[in-house]
Design a protein around this ligand. Structure first.
Ligand code: NDP
Ligand code: 8X3
Length: 258
C-alpha cells in the first residue's frame, strides 16, 4: 500500500520541521517547502536515510503567486494524492507600536501569513477534494486576542482564524476536514525572525518559564490529523502551562520553571 502524503509549508525550521519529522516517522511521504534550499535538502537526506518514506523538497516563497501555482500546480504524478496540507509557513516581522511599524513589515506579514496561505490552499485543493483530505492551518493566540505592538501580526492571525472557519463551511460538501491550531509562546526561530536576528531580544521572550517546543505542536497536529474519519477538531488553542492567553504569562525569575 502507498504511503499517505502530507504537504508542509515552512518546513525548514520550527513547527514545520518538527511536523516533517513526526509524520515521516509515522510512515507518511512528506512534501516539505520553504525558501532555504540547503535546509530542505538536509532534511530530505536525513529523513530518507532513517525512514522508509519519500521526501519531496520544493523551494519557493509563498508570497510569489506565480511560483506557488507553477510548482504546486505541476506536482509529479506520484506526489499529487495529498491527504494533509499543513499551512504553517508564516512569521511576525517587528513588534512596534502602530505609528512606528514599518510598512514593509506589514506587507511581508500580510503577503506571507494570509495571501501565501490562500494561494497554497487554492492550488492544492483539487487534490484534497479527491482524497477527502484535511487542511490544518497554524494560527496563533495572536489571532484570538490582539495585544500591544502586535497590530498587523495579530490581524493576519485573526484572518487565519476567519479563513479556517470559512474553509470549514465551504468545504463541508467535499468532506474535507479543516482544523485551526492556535499556539501560544513556542521557542523556535519565530522571535529571532520577528526581531530581525537580534538574539538577545529573542531569547528574552522565553525567559522565566518553559515555552512550548516545536515537537509539542507537531504532536498536536499529528493527533488532529489521525482521528477517526468522522471526527474533526475545528479549532484548538494550546499554550505553555505558564501562559493563559496573549496577556497573562507568569514568569518566575531565578527559579526553575516547571
Ligand atoms: P520559524 O521561524 O521557526 O519557522 C517559520 C517557517 O516558515 C520557516 O520554515 C520559514 O522557511 C517559513 N516561511 C516564512 N516565510 C516564508 C515565505 N515567505 N515563504 C515560504 N516559507 C516561509 O517559526 P515557527 O515554526 O514558530 O512558526 C511557524 C508558524 O507558527 C508561523 O505561521 C507562526 O506565525 C506560527 N506561530 C508561532 C508561534 C511561536 O511562538 N513560535 C506561536 C503561534 C503561531 P524559510 O525561511 O526557509 O522560507
Ligand atoms: C506567536 C505567539 O504571542 O508572539 O504567534 O503572538 S505571539
Amino acid at each position: 500500500m502507498k504511503n499517505k502524503i502530507v504537504l508542509i509549508t515552512g518546513a525548514t525550521s520550527g513547527f514545520g520541521e518538527a511536523c516533517a519529522e513526526k509524520f515521516s516517522a509515522a510512515g507518511y511521504d512528506v512534501i516539505i517547502t520553504g525558501r532555504r534550499r540547503d535546509r530542505l535538502e538536509k532534511l530530505k537526506a536525513d529523513l530518507e536515510k532513517r525512514l522508509s518514506i519519500r521526501v519531496l523538497p520544493l523551494v519557493f516563497d509563498v508570497r510569489d503567486k506565480k511560483a506557488v501555482f507553477d510548482i504546486l500546480g505541476n506536482l509529479p504524478e506520484d506526489w499529487q494524492s495529498i491527504h494533509i496540507l499543513i499551512n504553517n509557513a508564516g512569521l511576525a516581522a517587528g513588534r512596534d507600536l502602530f505609528e512606528n511599524s514599518l510598512l514593509d513589515d506589514w506587507e511581508t506579514m500580510i503577503d506571507t501569513n494570509v495571501k501565501g496561505l490562500l494561494y497554497v490552499s487554492r492550488v492544492v485543493l483539487p487534490h484534497l477534494i479527491k482524497t477527502k483530505g484535511h487542511i490544518i492551518n497554524i494560527g496563533s493566540v495572536a489571532g484570538i486576542e490582539v495585544y500591544e505592538k502586535g497590530n498587523v501580526y495579530c490581524a493576519t492571525k485573526q484572518a487565519v482564524d476567519a479563513i479556517s472557519k470559512s474553509m470549514r463551511i465551504d468545504l463541508l460538501s467535499h468532506q474535507i476536514k479543516v482544523t485551526a491550531i492556535h499556539p501560544g509562546a513556542a521557542e523556535t526561530e519565530f522571535s529571532l525572525v520577528r526581531f530581525k536576528g537580534d538574539e538577545e531580544q529573542a531569547k528574552k521572550i522565553y525567559e522565566g518559564y518553559k515555552p512550548l517546543k516545536a515537537e509539542d505542536i507537531a504532536d498536536i497536529v499529528f493527533y488532529c490529523a489521525t482521528l477517526p474519519a468522522h471526527v474533526c477538531i475545528n479549532e484548538l488553542v494550546v499554550t505553555p502551562l505558564a501562559q493563559a492567553n496573549s496577556f497573562y504569562l507568569h514568569k518566575i525569575s531565578g527559579k526553575e520553571a516547571k
